[in-house]
Design a protein around this ligand. Structure first.
Ligand SMILES: *Cc1c(COP(=O)(O)O)cnc(C)c1O
Length: 379
C-alpha cells in the first residue's frame, strides 16, 4: 500500500511513519478480550518508561479522548475538598486549565504572567506562601501557542516545598524533550498519542504518582467519565479501560513506541533539534522574526510574526504549501499576526529544506518582498 506522505508542521497531530499507519490494520477484535487487555498493560508500562518513572511509584492511566481530557481529569480528580489550584499561566494551554477550573467551580488562582516571558519564580513562591490551601500547582511545559519552555523543575520544587502536588501539561514535549518525572519534580504529566509519540489521535494518557491517585479515591467526585481514580482502579482490577478504548489507535501507539525506543530518547531529541534549527535557518534567510526570544524557546515550535507587507495573506501561503504536501499553522495569540512551524513528528532536515523551496515559491508567487519587511523593530 502506498500512502501519500504529508509533512505536518502544525503542532500535532504529527507526520507518522507508514509502519505506524499500517499497524492499525489488524483483524477485528473485541477490546474486552484478554489479548487486548494484555496489549494495554505493556503499553502503560512502556509509556511510564518514557519519563523514567519507577513502576513502584508511578503508573500510566489511559483515556479515550484528545489531549485536553488529561488536564480535565487531573484537575477535577486530584483536588481535595477545601483546597485550591494554582495555575502558573503564561499561555493559551495554561489558560485552558483555568477554564477547566471555572467549569468545575474549583477554587483556583489564575497567576498570570506575560505570554512572551518565563514566569517569575519569586511571585510563585510568594503566592504559595500566602495561600496555604493550594494543593495542586499546574502549568504547561512547552506552551505550544508561542513555543515557550517553562522551568518546570523549578516550579515543581516550589510546589513541593509548600506541600502541593505538581501537575504539568507535557502534551507537546513528552517523548521529545527528555523528561525525568522524579528529577523534574513532577507528580503528574500527560500527553496524547498523536504528538511526541507520533501515533494517531484518540488516545491520551496521564503518568502519575500512584499514592496520590489512591488518596484521591475519597476526594469530591466531579465527573463520572473523567475521573482518574475510577479509570485507574478499573485498569488495576481488569486490565481494561472503563469504557471502549480507541482500539486501532492503541495498535498504532504500540508500534510507534517500538520505533521510539529503537531511535532512543537522545537521538530523537537530537533529530527534533536539527529540524528546529533548520526551521530557524530557513526563516532567518527569508527575514522572518520570532515572536519570543530564542533563549526561552522549547526547541519544538517557532512562532514567526507576519511581515508588514500588503500582499501577505496567510491563507494563500498556507493553501499553496498544503496543495504541495506541507501544512503550516496559524498562531494562537489574540490580535497578533503570526504563524507557527513545528518540529514534531517523523520528519528530518531534508523535509524542512524541501518545505522552504515551496514556501519561498509561495512568497514569490504572492509578490511578497524577500527578505520580508517589518515596519518598526517589533518582537
Ligand atoms: C495539543 C495540546 C493539548 C491538547 O489539545 P487537544 O486539541 O485536546 O488534543 C494540550 N496541551 C498542549 C500544551 C498541547 O500542545
Amino acid at each position: 500500500m502506498k500512502i501519500k506522505r504529508n509533512v505536518l508542521l502544525n503542532p500535532g497531530p504529527s507526520t507518522t511513519t507508514d509502519t505506524v499507519k499500517l499497524a492499525q490494520i489488524v483483524p477485528d477484535i473485541c477490546p474486552r478480550e484478554k489479548e487486548f487487555a494484555g496489549l494495554m498493560k505493556g503499553l502503560r508500562e512502556d509509556i511510564t518508561k518514557i519519563v523514567h518513572g519507577d513502576p513502584n511509584k508511578f503508573t500510566t492511566v489511559l483515556f479515550c479522548g484528545s489531549g485536553t481530557i488529561n488536564i480535565d481529569v487531573c484537575l477535577n480528580s486530584l483536588l481535595p475538598e477545601g483546597k485550591k489550584v494554582l495555575v502558573v499561566d503564561n499561555g493559551a494551554y495554561s489558560t485552558r486549565a483555568v477554564h477547566i477550573c471555572e467549569y468545575y467551580n474549583l477554587p483556583h488562582i489564575d497567576l498570570k504572567f506575560p505570554i512572551n516571558q518565563r514566569p517569575n519564580l519569586e511571585v510563585i513562591e510568594e503566592t504559595l506562601k500566602n495561600n496555604k490551601d493550594i494543593y495542586i500547582v499546574h502549568t504547561t511545559h512547552n506552551e505550544t501557542g508561542t513555543g515557550l519552555l517553562n522551568p518546570i523543575k523549578e516550579i515543581g520544587a516550589l510546589a513541593h516545598k509548600y506541600g502541593a502536588i505538581f501537575t504539568v501539561d507535557t502534551t507537546s514535549s513528552l517523548a521529545m524533550i527528555p523528561i525525568d518525572i522524579e528529577k523534574d519534580n513532577i507528580d503528574f504529566c500527560m500527553a496524547s498519542a498523536q504528538k511526541g509519540i507520533t501515533a494517531m489521535t484518540g488516545l491520551s494518557f496521564i503518568i502519575g504518582n500512584v499514592n496520590e491517585i489512591k488518596k484521591s479515591k475519597d476526594y469530591p467526585k466531579r465527573s463520572y467519565y473523567c475521573n482518574l481514580y475510577r479509570q485507574y482502579d478499573y485498569f488495576e482490577k481488569t486490565g481494561e479501560m472503563n469504557f471502549t478504548p480507541p482500539v486501532q489507535t492503541i495498535y498504532a501507539t504500540i508500534q510507534a513506541l517500538k520505533e521510539y525506543y529503537q531511535e532512543g530518547e537522545r537521538a530523537k531529541w537530537e533529530r527534533h533539534t536539527r529540524v528546529f534549527n533548520a526551521l530557524h535557518e530557513g526563516l532567518d534567510r527569508l527575514g522572518f522574526k520570532d515572536y519570543i526570544p530564542r533563549d526561552i524557546q522549547s526547541g519544538l515550535v517557532v512562532a514567526a510574526l507576519y511581515p508588514d507587507d500588503d500582499n501577505w495573506d496567510f491563507i494563500k501561503i498556507h493553501d499553496y504549501c498544503y496543495e504541495r504536501g506541507f501544512t503550516i499553522y496559524p498562531g494562537k495569540v489574540e490580535n497578533k499576526g503570526m504563524f507557527r512551524l513545528c518540529a514534531l513528528g517523523a520528519i528530518d532536515v531534508a523535509d524542512i529544506e524541501a518545505f522552504f523551496v515551496i514556501f519561498e515559491e509561495a512568497l514569490r508567487k504572492n509578490n511578497i518582498r524577500i527578505p520580508v519587511l517589518y515596519k518598526e523593530t517589533k518582537r
